[in-house]
Design a protein around this ligand. Sequence first.
Ligand SMILES: Cc1ncc(COP(=O)(O)O)c(C=O)c1O
Length: 410
Amino acid sequence: MQLQNNRYTLGGVDMLSLIDEFGAPLYVYDAGTIQRQYTRLDTAFQGIQHQIKYACKALTNINVLKVIKDCGAGLDTVSVNELKIGIQAGFQASDIFFTPNNTSFEEVKEAIALGAQLNLDNMPMLEKLGKEFGGSIPVCIRINPHIMAGGNEKISTGHINSKFGISITQLDELEHLVKAHKLDVSGLHMHTGSEIVDTDIFLKGAQILLEAGRRFPSIRFFDFGGGFKVPYQAGDKQTNVEELGEKLSALCHSEMKVRGTSFYACFEPGKYLVSESGFLLTKVNVLKKTPATTFAGIDSGLNHLLRPMFYKAHHDITNVSNPSGERRTYSVAGYICETDNFAWEREGIAEIREGDILAFHNAGAYGIMMASNYNSRPRPAEVLIKNGKAHLIRRRETLEDLLATQIELA
Ligand SMILES: Cc1ncc(COP(=O)(O)O)c(C=O)c1O
């Protein structure tokens, strides 16, 4: 988002004009930002042969997927529906990982039939695969390396209490199972958390994964997951992907010498590719002074952007309508009948007036995807800015949409 002649623009498009055209609240994504993030990550890992598999749970709009496909990425999916959306966006099924957790074997078989690359994270499922398919379906195995990584407990997935992956302490059992069913282990996988700033933690997990891989000679790749942190506010730390790329490449090359065979690396960024590309634009309905604070009440809430309430996540807020307004302190709250404060006593917001448009930053990842119809509120429309033009890529929901799946008894 840029300030030009006292107007905010995104990808060359005036942000207030988006509200005039598409209404509020509105999710907006900038394709150029996604492309730049992809190039930066791709370049950072140039020291090793690699594939970037976008973790599309972050944002699955087909048009966004196409932008990412054109960058040269594959996909990481966690449900058969994500897999089908990926195929519809033009990805080859063979370029799509299917990384389910606690799904049924029927869903796994559906993914096999569609031609996705399997990435399984529990032994009962591997056993079922072996019994039904033997070694005919290559399978990557998700390992839990027992490390604490990530921005907070809810988004840490590689520790001992996590439901994800096969524990690193169960490798003997896993090896036995693999041999018994002659499984074709194509790779080993880890994803230890989201918002990992510390490259050493990442490398520690990678080292554990590489060592575990010595038990499986058929391995063609190691998938090191996603979790690269982007800044959410000024002064925020971010993953130094260039440093990580250099160190991880060196680690992988020395492991290739130990193994005596080469392999490639995979990465599954979600936030890194799409977080900063997205903004949620909302309108101020009410300004309310209380003894504690001044609330700006907006036409959105936890039903549209859950991260501040679910993860206590910070999202920068810009008053797009009043770029040169005096900086003041506000609490920004939603219209849902729960306490859905987006910010409490946030300093430095340009003076807010009724009807102003507030932009929430970093809304590209896990924004619309975690949205709901709570309070029977429709989800916002989505717009993609590409080559200097704004395109509607999802229409706003209506009351009819909310009622469409209800069955009224006679
Ligand atoms: C298996 C897997 N890979 C990749 C990701 C992407 O994480 P991030 O958006 O932090 O990069 C996730 C996120 O939950 C995940 O579960």
